[in-house]
Design a protein around this ligand. Structure first.
Ligand SMILES: [Zn+2]
Length: 372
């Protein structure tokens, strides 16, 4: 059972945004890795507080959490979820303000002390094209990725520009007097180390291309343009850095007969006048195979049949959309002599006169219902 986000931060459910921020700042400073070197419990609390704050500081996520609890963020790589130290510093670094000297954080997951920081490798981006069937139920995709990894046999030495500190201090004369500022070392990019020796197949940073198969879990209900993150599957960073992420852009393939609208699917069914009069059963397309539906005798053109739960599983994990079958009665243009004579006799016939009932909603009412 996951702990309550409000309890983790020690605030009430009615706490204001400012109170939540204040509470998080207090926890973050209390459990900051620089203050608790090597303390796994403190690190855990530091991460938990950040996770709680990530949700409670975002009005949309907070509303979802208030309504659904932790379940609101399960079943997908979106929002919530675990955070690593780099996420925390890059997202909420400013909240610590000047408490740690304004020179940034020495930790960055490395707890190395001094001014060193672990450099993060660059992110890789790929696109994945999904069919409606794959989106409907979620899918695991295996993709080949060419990522840069550390070449074997690469050696490093301490950066001579910063003497391994990762930072350089500058003394500037300003109208306010002499000012000392710290900046990330340009030579080593902040890692404190530079390349010493490397094998022939490595690039200038000691990296080489490697082709890997990465499996990506795609949750049901994703949409065109969404982006998933696979942590650590981007390029390696040189030296003791941490790898970047693999960013996966979702593309969707159009289905031949089914149209998606949110979590609902729409299908246009055409039936003959005789089928409409006598009733019939028809096979229609649905995600995951064909479905047979029954049409009652006397079914009206424009009727929408709703197959509950036969749509797309919703991204937040709560239920599925419906499959809406639009019934269209096909009017023949060519008739034999006998057929024509028969319908001529029916013109003006009592049974053939339109008698819409109150329950036969107009097209506009049906559309209105569907979106309400
Ligand atoms: Zn350096």
């Amino acid at each position: 059972m996951k702990e309550d986000f409000y309890e983790i931060l020690g605030v009430s459910k009615s706490a204001s945004a400012a109170d939540i921020k204040k509470a998080y700042r207090k926890k973050a400073l209390q459990y900051h890795p620089d203050k608790n070197p090597g303390d796994a419990k403190a690190e855990e609390m530091f991460k938990k507080s950040a996770e709680a704050y990530e949700v409670l500081s975002d009005p949309n996520k907070k509303a979802k959490y208030d309504q659904f609890g932790h379940a609101a963020f399960e079943g997908g790589g979106f929002g919530g979820g675990g955070m690593n130290m780099d996420d925390i510093f890059s997202q909420f670094g400013d909240i610590f303000g000047s408490a740690f000297g304004g020179g940034g954080f020495s930790g960055f997951g490395g707890f190395g002390g001094g001014g060193q920081r672990r450099v993060k490798g660059s992110n890789l981006r790929i696109r994945v094209k999904l069919t409606l069937e794959e989106i409907a139920n979620g899918v695991e995709k295996k993709v080949k990725v060419r990522r840069k990894i550390q070449a074997e046999g690469v050696t490093y030495k301490t950066c001579s520009t910063c003497n391994g500190r990762g930072q350089v201090t500058k003394i500037q004369n300003t109208i306010l007097g002499r000012m000392q500022t710290a900046a990330t070392c340009n030579t080593c990019g902040g890692s404190g180390q530079v390349l010493d020796g490397k094998p022939g197949d490595a690039d200038a940073q000691g990296l080489k291309i490697s082709e890997e198969t990465v499996s990506i879990n795609i949750p049901a209900g994703v949409e065109e343009g969404m982006q998933l993150k696979v942590p650590g599957k981007g390029n390696d960073a040189p030296g003791n850095g941490i790898p970047g992420d693999l960013l996966v852009a979702i593309e969707t393939q159009e289905h031949e007969t089914l149209k998606r609208e949110g979590d609902n699917l729409h299908y246009d069914l055409y039936i003959s006048i005789s089928d409409a009069i006598l009733g019939t059963s028809k096979e229609i397309d649905a995600v995951g195979g064909k479905v047979r539906i029954k049409l009652e005798p006397g079914i009206q053109s424009g009727k929408i049949l709703r197959l509950r739960g036969k749509g797309i599983s919703s991204l937040n994990g709560y239920g599925s959309g419906d499959l809406l079958v639009h019934v269209n009665v096909w009017t023949p243009k060519e008739l034999s002599k006998e057929q024509k004579e028969f319908f001529e006799r029916m013109q003006g016939n009592e049974n053939f006169e339109p008698k819409p009932e109150k329950s036969d909603k107009s097209f506009f009412e049906k559309v209105k219902d569907m979106f309400s």
